[in-house]
Design a protein around this ligand. Structure first.
Ligand SMILES: NC(=O)c1ccc[n+]([C@@H]2O[C@H](COP(=O)([O-])OP(=O)(O)OC[C@H]3O[C@@H](n4cnc5c(N)ncnc54)[C@H](O)[C@@H]3O)[C@@H](O)[C@H]2O)c1
Length: 302
């Protein structure tokens, strides 16, 4: 997102507490005079924070984002959707800036409507282990709408479906890095349940383009951003084994609690309101991602 904003000629200040992020991902921006990094926990007050002039937009993308990370940090995850969202909304309000929040398809829980459309209110277990993430994002959406209605902040809500690409952490626990890591090391790929559960995978550049368009739009209600091409996890595992020329097999493990059975975004609204749809084919996106992970695995093994 930072790369895209800089490419569009904006000046960017990145705030991150590095809970799950890595400075390596920003190394290429070290010499950019239009980019500044501030290590900060957005759950803490921003008193005295000076973005270096008037801010035009606040993009609140901070959160533990993988099941492994939010299950390890449930309280911080609930805080970043609640306290963190409020702090970022206050920052936007103070600067009369636009505000965008990256919410999630997890707001739909284990959906009873398929594909998922924005008007579906979801089927979320509010007290299950994953609720720290799902309910944090649902609260964040509610807080965002409250700031829009009460303080007229120009808000946008993106409901992101599984997105992948270079710069993810190898051990992040999400399906693409997990499968890539295992395939590139020749280890068996871990498939939960019988692998018939479905997911849809969006390449990062497509997603960033959707977010950028949404940020410039006047749409206040949530917009799904994701790739509607749906496949079973078992098919996806086979695809990755083939693409990486790996000799890996597949092992099965028990399904995690509240794991959604089906996931596919209905992106009619994004097509209509933003003129957006994904353009990067899965094969191409996975190839870029595999190149990145291959370098990471080689560096670790060296
Ligand atoms: N990638 C996906 O498939 C996906 C799907 C749905 C929603 N999202 C949402 O999109 C956003 C970005 O996700 P990503 O995949 O790029 O994840 P990411 O882990 O690469 O980025 C999230 C960043 O937030 C930072 N962070 C966490 N808590 C923080 C805090 N209290 N203060 C400051 N920084 C904090 C982390 O250190 C990390 O760098 C997240 O809000 C995530 O919930 C992502």
């Amino acid at each position: 997102m930072c790369d895209r904003l800089l490419l569009e000629g904006h000046t960017v200040v990145g705030l991150d507490n590095l809970l799950t992020g890595s400075l390596d991902n920003l190394a290429h921006l070290n010499s950019s005079s239009s980019f500044r990094f501030v290590q900060h926990d957005v759950n803490q007050p921003l008193d005295g924070f000076d973005p270096g002039g008037a801010a035009d937009a606040v993009l609140h993308m901070a959160s533990a984002a993988s099941p492994k990370d939010y299950l390890a940090h449930p309280i911080e995850t609930l805080e970043v959707g609640s306290v963190g969202t409020r702090n970022m909304l206050e920052l936007a309000r103070a600067h009369s800036a636009r505000f965008l929040i990256t919410s999630t398809s997890e707001c739909y829980g284990d959906p009873l409507v398929h594909p998922q459309v924005e008007t579906y209110w979801g089927n979320v277990n509010p007290v299950g282990p994953r609720s720290c993430y799902d309910e944090s994002k649902r609260f964040a959406e509610a807080m965002t709408m409250a700031y829009h209605r009460t303080h007229s902040v120009r808000t946008n809500i993106a409901r992101i479906f599984n997105t992948y690409g270079p710069r993810m952490q190898l051990n992040d626990g999400r399906v693409v890095p997990a499968f890539m890591d295992q395939a590139l090391r020749g280890e068996p790929l871990t498939v939960f349940g019988d692998g018939s559960q479905t997911r849809s995978f969006c390449y990062v550049s497509d997603l960033v383009d959707g977010l950028y368009r949404l940020m410039l739009s006047e749409e206040r209600y949530p917009v799904n951003l994701g790739n509607p091409h749906e496949m079973t996890i078992l098919d996806f595992a086979t695809h990755i084994i083939r693409l990486t020329n790996s000799s890996s097999t597949v092992v099965r493990e028990a399904l995690p609690e509240d794991d959604p059975r089906q996931r596919r975004p209905d992106i009619s609204k994004a097509r209509r309101v933003l003129g957006w749809e994904p353009v990067v084919p899965l094969e191409e996106g996975l190839k870029h991602t595999a190149d990145f992970f291959r370098r990471k695995v080689s560096a670790q093994e060296a």
